[in-house]
Design a protein around this ligand. Structure first.
Ligand code: ATP
Ligand code: MG
Length: 213
């Protein structure tokens, strides 16, 4: 397929990517928040956008259904990164991956005692790696959203989740007990496309890099 296909999710990533696309001379023909279309044309006839679920972006790029994509570091770690080149930190959609627990739960003490922790999260790979490094035994419980609820109803002792303002945690009487890593979104590129379409992709990657810097 000729042309350039870019996969990204609607919401914060789409909104924060707009200025970067503009720097590459790309303006979407419509907004995914008002349109139900999943393929969005742009002012440049050879460039189109695919609107995908945030956690699916690496998969579209890995298999070459999209040449480029924009995905959070959280999503990329969980995906594993196979088939992807990750040339740029876009410094958008910034937040932190954290362990949070009820204010009344003595997390430090539980960890020190060597207690077996129940941890609910959408980020199983990140959580497994984190607790393995600390030598803490955990039962990981996979959830798909609203992780804050789990400790409130006894499903888990703690959660591993993204935190930006901390307002959602505070509203549910949870506090950050550990910070794992800063998270931002990255540009991802299909490794094969970078070779076969370099003449088209390189100027776009360079323009986006210029807008980030
Ligand atoms: P969905 O909302 O469809 O379940 P999602 O939560 O993964 O999927 P978004 O909320 O759009 O989708 O998040 C996309 C990316 O933005 C995440 O992968 C993460 O990198 C980043 N992100 C998530 N939450 C925040 C936040 N509160 N502040 C800043 N960036 C965030
Ligand atoms: Mg979300």
């Amino acid at each position: 397929m000729t042309g350039i296909t870019i996969a990204l999710s609607k919401g914060r990533i789409f909104e924060e990517t707009l200025p970067l696309l503009a720097a590459a001379g790309v303006t979407p023909a419509e907004s995914p928040s008002s349109s139900r279309k999943l393929i969005i044309a742009t002012n440049r006839p050879e460039v189109r956008l695919l609107i995908v679920r945030a956690s699916d972006t690496p998969t579209y790029v890995q298999y070459g259904a999209a040449d480029l994509g924009i995905a959070g570091r959280d999503v990329l770690i969980e995906h594993g990164g196979a088939g992807l080149y990750q040339p740029l930190d876009l410094k958008i959609a910034c937040c932190r991956m954290c362990v949070a627990a009820p204010a009344a739960f003595d997390y430090a003490q539980a960890v020190k005692r060597g207690a077996r922790l129940k941890v609910a999260t959408k980020y199983i790979a990140i959580a497994r790696e984190h607790f393995a490094e600390k030598g803490v035994h955990v039962d990981l419980i996979k959830l798909y959203g609203s992780m804050e609820l789990a400790p409130l109803v006894g499903l888990a002792d703690a959660i591993v989740d993204l935190v930006s303002s901390g307002n959602t945690l505070a509203a549910n009487d949870l506090v950050v007990v550990e910070e794992l890593m800063p998270i931002s979104s990255r540009l991802i590129v299909n490794q094969a496309a970078l070779k076969t379409k370099r003449a088209q992709l390189a100027p776009m990657i360079d323009a986006i890099a210029g807008a980030v810097a």
